[in-house]
Design a protein around this ligand. Structure first.
Ligand SMILES: [Fe+2]
Length: 311
C-alpha cells in the first residue's frame, strides 16, 4: 500500500488536475439525456504504487469530470483477489471516486487470490461479495444479479469457475433469459444491458498473441453458441465485456471494439482502464444510447470509439 506521504502527493496531483481538466475537457451532459453512465473494465487495482496511482487518476476523472449517474466496472476489478488488493481498491474508490451507483462484475482475476497458487472459487466469490456489497451500495448475494435504474435494465453474469474463460452453465443461461424477458416486459422497446467480463467466442476478431476469437479457453467457453442464441432471441441487447485489453479499434488490424452479433446484439468489448486509461461515457436517451470513448488517464475524448444504438 502507499504510505501516508504517498497518498498526500497523489492527492495534490489529482487536485491540480481536477482544477484544470474539467474546464478543458468538459462535455456537458445533454439536457434531454435520461442518464449518463461510464463503463470501464479491467481496472486491475493492486497495492503497487503504479496501480494505485493509475486507478486513482482514472477514478477521479470519472467522478469529477464526468459525474455519471451509474458506473459499470466489468470485471478484473483487482489484479489478485487477496485482502491487500481489495483494500487498495476500496481505499482509492472511496477517496477518489465514490460514484454512488456502481455495478461490478466478477472477472477471472477476481477469482485468483494468487495467480499461481490459490484458485478457490467459493472463497474468492465470498471476498468479492464482501467488498462489492460495500462499494456498490446495492445489496446482492451473488455475482449474478439484475438491476434497474431510470427504467433501464442490467443483467450481470459471472463465470462459475476460476478459469480464464467464462464457464457458464445452462442454468445461468436460463436465468439470464428469464431476467431479460422480465426486463423487456417491464420496459418494452428499450435495450437490455448484459454484462459479463469475457466476450463471446467468435466475436470482435480478438487476436492477442496466440489467442484468437475462436479460442474458447479465453472467451465464453463451451456455452458460446447457446448463450449467443439466447441473447439473440431477444429484441435489443447491448452486451458489454472486457478481458482482452485491446485499445479502441474499428477494425484496421482485424480487431473491432464494437460489432453487431446476430440480429439483435450490439457487442462492445471495453479496453482495460488500467493498461491505457480507456473507457466509455454512455448517454442514454428516450430513443437511443450514445457511446463516446474517453481516456480517463489523459482526460481526453477518443473519437475512434463513437457509436449510437437506436431503439
Ligand atoms: Fe480478464
Amino acid at each position: 500500500m502507499l504510505t501516508k506521504l504517498g497518498y498526500g502527493i497523489l492527492s495534490i496531483i489529482i487536485a491540480l488536475l481536477s482544477i484544470f481538466s474539467p474546464a478543458l475537457n468538459f462535455r456537458r451532459r445533454p439536457a434531454d439525456a435520461i442518464m449518463r453512465m461510464v463503463a470501464v473494465s479491467d481496472t486491475h487495482i493492486g497495492s503497487m504504487a503504479l496501480r494505485v496511482a493509475g486507478g486513482s487518476l482514472c477514478f477521479n476523472d470519472i467522478a469529477k469530470t464526468i459525474d455519471p449517474d451509474l458506473l459499470l466496472i466489468d470485471g478484473d476489478c483487482v489484479d489478485e483477489a487477496n485482502e491487500e488488493n481489495w483494500t487498495a481498491f476500496e481505499t482509492i474508490y472511496d477517496k477518489y471516486c465514490g460514484v454512488e451507483n456502481v455495478l461490478m462484475t466478477l472477472g477471472n482475476h477476481d477469482t485468483w487470490e494468487d495467480y499461481d497458487t490459490s484458485h478457490d472459487y467459493d472463497a474468492a466469490v465470498a471476498r468479492w461479495l464482501d467488498y462489492t456489497n460495500r462499494i456498490m451500495n446495492y445489496r446482492h448475494d451473488s455475482p449474478r444479479y439484475a438491476y434497474e435504474q431510470n427504467g433501464f435494465h442490467f443483467v450481470v453474469l459471472a463465470q462459475e469457475t476460476t478459469s480464464t474463460a467464462a464457464e457458464i452453465s445452462d442454468a445461468q443461461i436460463a436465468w439470464a433469459d428469464g431476467q431479460i424477458t422480465a426486463a423487456e416486459e417491464a420496459d418494452p422497446g428499450r435495450p437490455v444491458f448484459v454484462l459479463l467480463h469475457q466476450p463471446m467466442a467468435y466475436t470482435h476478431g480478438i487476436g492477442a498473441g496466440d489467442i484468437d476469437d475462436t479460442d474458447e479457453s479465453f472467451t465464453t467457453a463451451q456455452a458460446s453458441r447457446k448463450f449467443m442464441e439466447m441473447l439473440d432471441s431477444h429484441e435489443n441487447i447491448i452486451y458489454i465485456s472486457g478481458h482482452a485489453h485491446h485499445i479502441y479499434s474499428n477494425g484496421q488490424l482485424g480487431y473491432k471494439t464494437v460489432e453487431k452479433v446476430g440480429e439483435h446484439i450490439t457487442s462492445v468489448n471495453l479496453p482495460s482502464m488500467l493498461y491505457g486509461g480507456q473507457g466509455a461515457v454512455i448517454d442514454v436517451y428516450e430513443d437511443r444510447v450514445e457511446f463516446m470513448g474517453r481516456n480517463f488517464l489523459t482526460r481526453t475524448w477518443d473519437n475512434t470509439f463513437r457509436f449510437t444504438v437506436e431503439f
